[in-house]
Design a binder for this molecule. Structure first.
Ligand code: THU
Length: 139
């Protein structure tokens, strides 16, 4: 774990704790995430929160992201950490990639971790090339 910046390792620890709070009785797959926003030292953690109406499920990344937006207001994302028990590591679902793209740029790092630590660093633009970000209303 030592090759990563301290702020990233601290965020990993928070994401791992949040993962334990996952409500995942249906998939039995716990996910933790942590988002660091630019200009704020605070790291926002999240877990997946499933629902018996499966479409109501919220992924860990969005839980963390929305929690940060609620407290800080709209702020650019510095980086995000995703933790699962899986190795090879899991990577964010398509919906989360798109939602992240609203608050992050193509060069925002996404750190992918298993329970032992961060295994990989990818950029949002690699996971979601040509993200749909802005549009012009027809009128
Ligand atoms: N899940 C996440 O929390 N993040 C992802 O990026 C992928 C999927 C959750 C949703 C659901 O609770 C469980 O993992 C299985 O899909």
């Amino acid at each position: 774990m030592s090759e990563w910046p301290k702020s990233v390792k601290d965020a990993f620890k928070k994401a791992k704790v949040a993962r334990e709070h996952a409500h995942a009785p249906y998939s039995r797959f716990k996910v933790g995430a942590a988002v660091k926003f630019q200009g704020s030292r605070k790291v926002f953690a999240g877990c997946n929160v499933e629902n018996s109406s499966f479409g109501g499920t919220n992924c860990a990344e969005r839980t963390a992201l929305f929690s940060g937006v609620a407290e800080l207001g709209v702020t650019p994302v510095d980086f995000i950490v995703l933790v699962t028990s899986q190795n090879p590591v899991a990577s964010p679902c398509g919906i989360c990639r798109q939602v992240l793209a609203e608050f992050a740029s193509d060069d925002t790092p996404i750190y992918l971790a298993d329970l032992r630590g961060i295994r990989e660093r990818v950029l949002l633009g690699e996971l979601l090339p040509r993200a749909f970000r802005n549009f012009k209303s027809d009128r």
